[in-house]
Design a protein around this ligand. Structure first.
Ligand code: ANZ
Ligand code: ZN
Length: 818
């Protein structure tokens, strides 16, 4: 008999799937639809262990849905714009397209080898003009609705990448998400999407995701949107225009002893007196290099400049000194804060540093903050607050708002931490922003019939290096155009879009990726979407997922889709570690995926990934055994090989014990798939294979029809994780078509109730032991099992051996001795 040879098996089945079109969606297929989507890859080099894990996991629900009779869409594409291609092009004096499409081909070959159940005919690349033409078209729809606009303001700037960054791309303690360089601020004219207009809907619609998205992702989104309720209060300024502040604690109004404005905001310049101007400017000069997170951090030394001006307390008429400091952010609330040192820690630190008085207006039962240095921010009762003295916090807040509104001093207000999405980048390898700037007409959208605005193909190497403005500005032939509106001289916008714009809508495009006449066919999109199962890393918990949710809502408002959330269910796979640490070049603990595949085979690597832990947990490659997986696969495969020649007869005629295991396995695996416990599922196939092997060895051999049944079920379940081996088993078992398109085995309810009963075993009429046996056990079998019990053997021996055995199956055995 031939041995299990994964190389030979892979070489046979890979071309089969391709020729068979096993995973290609048939548009005429009328069965119910399921859309399983993996977050698409970025084409950096070849596939790595992280891809191997994520895609092995994502293939499980896709293949399961297929077996359950759904018409499954499981597509793949590439997120192929972005900086690394540009950096490679600069280094190699090439065009970013070369690096990008070479890598895509390499990855595509690896993905195919990996045996994923994907429809390769729907492949897309966001850097194809066929795709980005529609990214540009979408930008124009946003623009026409007033959801895309340009403004000049201080933005996050990465000095290394020489480009702006969205707030979401500033991570850790204020560094560039991509290169780790400390992010600075720079005043620039940039394009934004008005995501803030959707803040409430982004929050409310999370209701649809409750229970099907990981709770921590929802929490991160909620926190990022950061809804705060409170009040806006207006202060009169001596010798100046009134200013408003946002506060979550209007009940502390009587405790205000100063005001602070963001030092980097224009407001500071407007308020400062001539005498203080030089000091303020010196302070502002130092600010540029300090990150926002650092500025806000609790243990930072409080610094600031007195502006020489005073605000008037709206209720008491007291004079409040106005300061500028870096702990107040220019773009949150109104960029100005009422300082309540007794009840806000940062205000307290500032007041103590500047010698400003502290006034307690809430009695929390704690000691005086001015002495302890700890602000009392918790529950308490209002004191020293004539208009709401004695009220507990919540009531005091309500009352204070009532007073403010009645006296025209302020109003209730909701604030969001969420900022508009800064989408323009001063980089080359992205979708050009389809706007033309004309001296006479201003901003002019490129007419839709002139899309795409294609990237020039002649810029290479050094011409792409970052110079603080887009390399596109240097392509004169490209930049200079006639104004679509007046026909006069005009220039193209030279910025490109953040790649997160590309990835905010690709899952819609998979429905019809080569469509040249529309962004997507709404009717079909409404049939396929929302995506039933989305799979990807938790690193996208905010950025990509928030942006995609925003896009979907805008598309809904545009009447292009009939749903408001793009991803019905979300699964976040863990990371692949090695020795407890993320694999990385610097640690030298990287594992090469290609080598693992060569060594153990695709199925063994896939099985190892799925078996190692529940999908959402990390996999530590140092703790797993791909060679163990390979051995198991060989064992499973041999099972089919042994059964191969045996005739297929009614399994009901076979071993009932094995049938019970098989059917229990099917039923349990259904639940495990439902609960996404894919690792336990692998353990259950192993048990099934072992039970079948035992039956071959001890029972009626491979000819037992129950063994064939077990082998078939094992192949079908195994096809979810180890498709090559499963396919080969299925063929050996005599099937013509792919196991992937067989149907999920139905379990027999009657076989699940394992009717057992407790039999008592007596020696000379005395109870000596008990036995758990099937209710339909035969008298012979019961007698044999009873006599085999060690305790019984001991008594029998002491009493002079067996004289006679009385059996009342299934309940009683009495051994008469002597
Ligand atoms: C007075 C006060 C008293 C405050 C008190 C808090 C406690 P969240 O929850 O994040 O919305 N604040 C307002 N605008 C700010 C800005 N641009 N930069 C820094 N801080 C700002 O926080 C709102 C609170 O943060 C506001 O309520 C304000 O301080 C401060 F016992 O006003 B509070
Ligand atoms: Zn014009």
């Amino acid at each position: 008999k031939k041995a299990y040879d994964f190389r030979e098996i892979e070489a046979r089945w890979l071309p089969f799937w391709e020729e068979d079109g096993t995973f290609v969606v048939d548009p005429a297929d009328e069965r119910p639809k399921k859309y399983v989507c993996d977050m698409f890859p970025y084409p950096s080099g070849d596939l790595h262990m992280g891809h191997a894990e994520a895609f092995a996991i994502g293939d499980v629900p896709a293949r399961y849905a297929r077996l359950r009779g759904y018409n499954v869409l499981h597509p793949i594409g590439w997120d192929s714009f972005g900086l690394p291609a540009e950096n490679a092009a600069i280094k190699n004096n090439a065009h970013p397209a070369e690096w990008t499409y070479n890598n895509i081909e390499t990855q595509a070959a690896s993905f195919k080898r990996y045996g994923l159940s994907m429809d390769w005919t729907r492949r897309l690349h966001t850097s194809d003009s066929l795709y980005y033409r529609w990214t540009q078209w979408l930008f124009l729809q946003f623009y026409n609705r007033g959801l895309a606009y340009r403004k000049n303001s201080p933005v996050n700037w990465c000095p290394k990448d020489q480009t702006v960054l969205a707030n979401e791309q500033v991570v850790g303690d204020g560094v560039c998400e991509r290169c780790g360089t400390a992010v600075t601020k720079k005043a620039l004219n940039q394009w934004y999407f008005k995501i803030t207009e959707y803040a409430d809907r982004l929050l409310e619609d999370m209701e649809q995701l409750e229970g099907t998205w990981p709770e921590r992702v929802l929490a991160m989104q909620r926190n990022w949107i950061g809804r705060s309720t409170g009040a806006e209060v207006t202060y009169q300024i001596e010798g100046g225009e009134p200013i408003s502040v946002f506060t979550t604690r209007p009940d502390t109004l009587y405790g205000v002893t100063f005001m602070v404005v963001a030092a980097d905001a224009d407001l500071a310049l407007e308020l400062v007196t001539d005498a203080q101007r030089a000091e303020l400017e010196a302070y502002r000069d130092k600010l540029g290099s300090v990150s926002e997170i650092e500025r806000q951090s609790a243990d930072r030394e409080r610094t600031g400049v007195f502006l020489g001006r005073y605000a008037i307390h709206p209720l008491t008429g007291e004079k409040l000194p106005i300061w500028a400091s870096d702990y107040v952010l220019a773009d949150y609330g109104t960029g100005a804060v009422m300082g309540v040192p007794a009840h806000d820690q940062r205000d307290l630190e500032f007041a103590r540093a500047m010698g400003i008085s502290v006034k307690v207006v809430v009695d929390t039962g704690e000691e005086d903050p001015a002495e302890t240095g700890t602000a009392t921010a918790g529950e308490g009762v209002a004191i020293n607050s004539p208009k709401w003295d004695g009220l507990p916090k919540a009531e005091a807040i309500a009352k204070s708002i009532e007073v403010l509104e009645a006296e025209g001093l302020g109003a209730a207000k909701v604030n969001y931490r969420l900022r508009d999405w800064l989408l323009s980048r001063q980089r080359f390898w992205g979708a050009p922003i389809p706007i033309v700037h004309c001296a006479d007409c201003g901003e002019v959208p490129v007419p839709e019939d002139q899309l795409p605005v294609e990237l020039p193909t002649d810029l290479r190497g050094e011409q792409l290096s970052p110079k603080g403005k887009s390399p596109l500005a240097g392509a004169e032939g490209w930049v200079n155009v006639t104004c679509p509106s007046c026909g006069g001289e005009a220039t193209r916008d030279t910025d490109t879009m953040d790649t997160f714009v590309d990835s905010s809508w690709y899952y819609l495009r998979y429905v019809d990726p080569t469509n040249e006449s529309e962004v997507f066919p709404s009717e079909q999109v409404n049939q396929w979407l929302p995506v039933d199962q989305y799979v990807g890393g938790v690193e996208h918990a905010i950025l990509h997922l928030l942006y995609s949710r925003f896009f979907t809502k805008v598309l809904y408002d545009l009447g292009l889709v009939n749903f408001t959330e793009p991803f019905k269910a979300l699964m976040n796979q863990g990371q692949v570690l090695n020795g407890g640490k993320a694999m990385s070049k610097s640690l030298g603990n990287g594992v090469n995926l290609g080598e693992q595949l060569d060594l153990y085979g695709v199925d063994a690597v896939r099985l190892t990934m799925v078996f190692a832990s529940p999908p959402e947990d990390d996999v530590d490659w140092a703790d797993v055994s791909p060679s163990g997986s390979a051995k198991f696969l060989a064992r499973a495969w041999r099972l089919a090989q042994d059964v191969e020649s045996a005739p297929g007869t009614d399994p009901a005629a076979g071993s009932q014990a094995l049938r019970a295991v098989t059917h229990r396995t099917i039923a349990d695996v259904e639940n495990l798939l439902e609960d996404q416990k894919f690792n336990v599922l692998v353990a259950r196939i192993m048990e099934l294979v072992n039970a079948a092997r035992k039956e071959i060895d001890s029972g009626a051999g491979a000819a037992d029809p129950a063994v064939r049944e077990a082998a078939e079920v094992a192949a079908q379940i195994l096809s979810l994780v180890a498709p090559y081996t499963a396919e080969d088993m299925w063929a050996m078992l005599g099937h013509q078509a792919s196991v992937a398109n067989s149907s999920w085995p139905a379990y027999d309810e009657a076989l699940l109730v394992q009717d057992t009963i407790t039999a008592v075993v007596q020696v000379k009429g005395k109870l000596r032991d008990k036995l758990e046996v099937p209710a339909d056990i035969s008298a012979e079998e019961l007698e044999a099992q009873a006599l085999a019990l060690p305790k019984i053997q001991k008594y029998v021996e002491e009493d002079g051996g067996v004289r006679k055995v009385i059996v009342r199956a299934p309940k009683l055995v009495n051994v008469v001795t002597g």
